[in-house]
Design a protein around this ligand. Structure first.
Ligand code: ADP
Ligand code: ZN
Length: 436
């Protein structure tokens, strides 16, 4: 099923024409309503009339997270406060949080995008769907919630926390779908194990997972443990929230709602646009947003746009899985290391639970990397009862890591349940170099 074939299956020419028209309108709108953009365009000697087709987008300036912070809280808002009916904020761990105001029309477009995603996952009126993203300032909870109501499924606004109660509700209500972070899905699976809730007692069929990077191995692990099919759901508050893009049944990249959010991939260093298929930083321009539109917003997420048609019938361009954030990337002894690379190794080893932590330090002017990983409870009690067995496993793990990361790492194998759990986005890196 496709929620809105008119918009999800347009011909490429029609789509580009629509995007061009909308781009012109949005540039005109921010020019007149946001002094920040007006000044930037004036500095570049650009007027809205210079932007006529979607190809003209490369003439426009970029917007960064710093611009949003510098204009905290409402400096980039284009609509008058009387038109704003909802305010969200992103986490803001490194400075002022980013504040995003939505008009009624923004919220209705967001619900529509979320409905497109859920429909692509096969969710419909007969589903009972639990939203276990955090409700509150974070966009995940309310964003997914409104989408579930739009498709007409029964929403269970579980949020995060109280996981035991939630696990029982999933069983008792016959919940068929869930939206949460992939790490929360695993935490839920662990909780169900602990409570003795088995796969045949639950009816989960669909998972909408996002808000943090995850790998194919992690997908497999979640699917096996919860007995559902897990779909990717991508989004960020600066652009809208969850459902900027979504996977279809083919699960080969996530279709972007590009009638509303125009994507580009740029080289994060030279800022030059990169051709389809190449990995770089994802940049979005909101084409229809009223509350806080952004022009060429640098997401810092690294991925590629996948060329070619999708067998599902949707023509919207697809993006690959996020390979990391440009600000997530660790540079250790000059080598680029992403936490997702460590995850991919952890998940290929059957002895380990999908829990790990990277600890980076600088000792005697030399960067060091330590990877901690947790054993699965069954392995812990059954086979790994001698120091020699642990030693062998450590060596095997260190060798695999080295071949993937190209640098050596110390490894530490931890007992089950000892690494910190998270209910929202998980923290997987402690970079002590930044703490000195
Ligand atoms: P922040 O984390 O910057 O405070 P948000 O809460 O809006 O902002 O989270 C958006 C970010 O979460 C994205 O930029 C991206 O890095 C990450 N993210 C969201 N969905 C996914 C996904 N499906 N896969 C990978 N990363 C994701
Ligand atoms: Zn598709």
């Amino acid at each position: 099923m496709i929620w809105n074939p008119n918009k999800e299956c347009m011909s490429r020419e029609q789509m580009r024409e629509l995007q061009g028209k909308r781009l012109h309108k949005i540039v005109e709108y921010v020019y007149h309503n946001v002094p920040f953009y007006r000044h930037k365009l004036q500095e570049m000697d650009l007027s809205p009339d210079d932007i006529r087709t979607i190809d003209d987008i490369v003439k426009l300036p970029f917007t960064t997270k710093k611009d949003l912070r510098d204009n905290y809280p409402f400096g980039l808002q284009a609509a008058p406060q009387s038109e704003i009916i909802r305010i969200h904020a992103s986490s803001g761990t490194t400075g002022n949080p980013t504040i995003v105001g939505y008009t009624r029309k923004d919220l209705s477009i967001w619900s529509e995008c979320m409905a497109r995603s859920l429909t692509a996952y096969g969710v419909g009126r007969n589903d009972i769907f639990s939203v276990s993203y955090g409700y509150g300032l974070f966009t995940g909870g309310l964003g997914a919630h409104n989408g579930v109501e739009t498709v007409g499924a029964s929403v269970v606004p579980a949020s995060t926390g109280n996981t035991e109660k939630h696990a029982r509700l999933i069983r008792d209500l016959g919940v068929t779908g869930i939206a949460c972070t992939p790490s929360y899905a695993l935490y839920l699976a662990e909780t169900m194990d602990r409570l003795g809730i088995t796969r045949d007692q639950i009816k989960l069929r669909v998972g909408a997972f996002g808000a943090e990077p995850w790998t194919e191995n992690m997908r497999k692990e979640i699917q096996d443990r919860l007995g559902l099919k897990g779909f990717n759901l991508y989004g960020l508050s600066e652009i809208m929230g969850p459902s900027v893009s979504y996977e279809c049944d083919e699960q080969h990249g996530s279709h972007i709602n590009e009638d509303h959010f125009f994507p580009e991939i740029i080289d994060p260093v030279t800022l030059e646009p990169l051709p389809a298929g190449q990995t770089g930083e994802l940049v979005f321009t909101t084409l229809t947003k009223e509350g806080m539109p952004v022009i060429r917003y640098r997401t810092r997420d690294l991925c590629s746009l996948l060329p070619g048609e999708c067998p599902c019938g949707r023509t919207n361009v697809r993006m690959s899985a996020i390979q990391g954030r440009s600000d997530d990337m660790l540079i250790i002894r000059g080598i680029n290391v992403f936490p997702s690379q460590v995850e991919s190794v952890v998940l290929t080893m059957k002895e380990f639970a999908p829990r790990y932590m990277l600890i980076v330090d600088r000792i005697n002017n030399l960067d060091t990397l330590m990877v901690q990983v947790e054993l699965r409870p069954d392995v812990f009690s059954a086979t790994l009862d001698t120091p020699a067995a642990i030693d062998e496993l450590e060596k095997r793990f260190a060798a695999k890591l080295k071949s993937v990361l190209s640098i050596g790492a110390k490894v530490q194998i931890k007992a089950p349940g000892t690494l910190e759990r998270s209910e929202g986005k998980s923290t997987r890196v402690i970079d002590k170099r930044k703490l000195y």
